[in-house]
Write a protein that binds this ligand. Structure first.
Ligand code: NDP
Length: 310
């Protein structure tokens, strides 16, 4: 027997979840949101956001998400701490289990669980977790003031992290497996212009070493003559190699693509289950921007409202 029944349950609290909460709140659906493991989502661990329209000056990611949250609260959303651990979409109303203990029945569900940082999969990442390995420069960069660090990846996140760390650390290596950066031109220019960032193209991390904390990384350098082993002395390694969607608990019920992203009807947030919608990065392998996530949260809310009015 469920503990309560709600019209609209939102899982996850990034730009998609909060926007869905704003719209469903204004639509009188009394939305209930479970904020998940990382309330506010990925933006809370980024630095300045320069590309969210309506903010001509850069705004901190955390601050932006606090504004989203306040707006959702003002619109009547019930935002709760808690992690959804199980869903049962076999029949409506759908049953959602929170923290393995509480169950809620929902007429509509908006999935906005986003994506989480990827790791390389090296045993040393586990060995030095909390001892020199991190996937969040804004969270942990402070510990590396005047030290030497390395960032792995060649996308916008890696460049952003490297640029942020260059203000704290004395030296930052950017380890890129290809011979070019995938990041936008603006970000490429930024990292190339910072004196204490050294870009190591065609290098990959094979392991780490150090007594208790990371003291260095073992790399392999790809050259036309073959691979060469290289060691660099570093105090910290930051992973910035992309994200994987948080879809584990939904896979039993919903279709996913080969990398795990939820599949929706093209151009809509509708999943194959009526009344269950997916918004934001969890269903978007292509754009993955705060603004596109917010837009799809709005679409999901409108769909939920229409579904309930049918
Ligand atoms: P991306 O998927 O864009 O880039 C991942 C990077 O990590 C690539 O350079 C990739 O290399 C590398 N990589 C992946 N796996 C490995 C591995 N096993 N070993 C070594 N390197 C690896 O992810 P991001 O997180 O950078 O960006 C995601 C999205 O968010 C993008 O659309 C980006 O534009 C956006 N974004 C925008 C920002 C902004 O506008 N301010 C800030 C941050 C992100 P390869 O190129 O060889 O595949």
């Amino acid at each position: 027997m469920a503990n309560e029944r709600v019209k609209c349950l939102i899982i996850g609290s990034g730009p998609a979840g909060y926007t869905a909460a704003i719209y469903t709140g204004r639509g009188n659906l009394s939305p209930v949101m479970y904020a998940g493991m990382q309330p506010g989502g990925q933006l809370t661990i980024t630095t300045d956001v320069e590309n969210y329209p309506g903010h001509p000056e850069p705004i901190g990611g955390f601050e932006l998400m606090e504004q989203f949250k306040q707006q959702a609260l003002n619109c009547g959303a019930d935002i709760r701490t808690g992690n959804v651990t199980k869903v049962d979409f076999s029949k409506a109303p759908y049953t959602i289990t929170v923290n393995d203990t509480t169950t809620v029945e929902a007429d509509t569900v908006i999935i906005a669980t986003g994506a989480s940082a990827k790791y390389l999969g090296l045993p040393d990442e586990q060995k030095y977790a909390g001892a020199g390995v991190s996937a969040c420069a804004t969270c942990d960069g402070f510990f590396y003031r005047k030290k030497t660090v390395a960032v792995v990846g060649g996308g916008d996140t890696a460049c952003e992290e490297a640029s942020y760390l260059s203000n704290l650390a004395s030296k930052v290596y950017l380890i890129v497996r290809k011979n070019y950066l995938r990041a936008s031109k603006a970000m490429q220019k930024r990292v190339e212009s910072i004196d204490n960032i050294e870009i190591l193209y065609e290098h990959e991390v094979r392991g780490l070493f150090g007594e208790r904390f990371v003291e260095g990384a073992k790399l392999v350098k790809h050259t036309p003559e073959g691979d060469q082993d290289v060691e660099i002395a570093i105090d910290g390694l930051f992973l910035a190699i992309g994200h994987h969607p948080n879809t584990e608990i939904f896979k039993e019920w919903l279709d996913t693509d080969e990398t795990g992203y939820l599949i929706t009807e093209p151009g809509t947030p509708r999943t194959k289950i009526p009344g269950v919608f997916a918004a934001g990065d969890v269903a978007d392998p292509h754009y993955r921007q705060a603004i596109t996530a917010a837009a799809s949260g709005c679409q999901a809310a409108i769909e939920a409202e229409r579904f309930l009015n049918q």
